[in-house]
Ligand binder design. Sequence first.
Ligand SMILES: [Zn+2]
Length: 437
Amino acid sequence: MMNSRMGKTREPVWSGHWGLTYMLGVPFRTRMTEQRMNGMRDRRLRWLVRHAWRTMPFYRELLQRDGLDPGSIGGFGDLQRLPLISRDDLRNAGESAWAEDLSAKRRILASTSGSSDKPLPLAYRLNDRLRKHLIGLHCMSMYGWRPWHRGMALGSEALPVNHPLARFGISRWAWVDPSQPVKEWLTAYNSVRPHALHCYPSALREFCFEARKQGPLRWLPKVLSVGGEFYPEELGALAAEVFGRPPLGMYGAVEGGRLAFECEAHDGLHVRPDAVHIELLKNGQEVAPGESGSVFITSLINTVMPIIRYELGDLAAWKQGACDCGLWWPRLTIFQGRKGDVIPLPGGRRVPVTRLASIVGKSTSVRQFQFVRRAENILVLRYEPDNEKEPGVPEVCEKLQQALPGVSLEVERTGQLPRTRSGKVTRYIDEFEKSAS
Ligand SMILES: [Zn+2]
């Protein structure tokens, strides 16, 4: 009954098949008033929920289970009536969470990295992907990047070389494989001379160390940004030394593309209201500003596999007050990446890895580092020193120990720490829990 009433509806404003209105409008989004933006977002959500109901068995069953009429969802005011979804739910749903109205041939497949969890396969159509890229490039353009500029992505595949826009000459990005030796990154950098450099934070760290060794950079990019891992504040001083400025952090996820970005005010990350709706929840309830909550996203971009009230697994808090840059888009502080990155301490306390990382990361004699929990009360700091003569890290250890009462801290100097396939350094390994399970 409901199904027949839904019928086949045309995707309004942001057309599903062409998305032209959406795409042409992207460069002007920052000037849109909150009221107009909200109108657009509500229309989009209404369409997405109906679309999910019509074409995805997974969502149909979910709504039926809760006795929800998709036609009764009028916009984000009704969002809380929709069920919350976990990564496991989507993984178990498999292809039943993908739109049936798109032939398998036209599906573009992707997957989450699976660094903290089993990977989740995702599907898009070309337009979803174009929208994602446009959003990413628009964030870059707010930093001063222009389509005719050269870019270099170090370790981050957020802007791959072969994206659809590159065919039209928009955005020329060189992608440098971070599994190559660091010296080669510098060689590539010096030959590309990028206007925009986008890196994983851990890769930027290494780049800075290598660059410092080779002397002042002969070329400085207009735009320096990081993303793909939690954004550690500790990079600021190091990057300022090498590039003359701290990097701008971008927050994204394979599931939703670019979600938020830091502006020149360096005071939290602006959420992109045209790409995503973010809820910060604790026990299913929205948290108060300044309080930490788990990040749930509703993506306004994905149409093959809608992401509605989906738990991303990061922790964040809302920033209060207006931003100095003048943009009204709401701001987040990201406390930590995927939830796994919290170290349990004896006595039931927990400390985020990022807190420890910001202590060690500020040291300019530690090139890379990693924490290993070896027993319930033994934590090991493994680090790669900057050079052979380096005298050790007594101040770092002292500060770490203060942050870790009741824990026995051990220090290991190592050669090069292993990198993941995508070139990241795993910041935390829990050997104790692994041996227990
Ligand atoms: Zn701002």
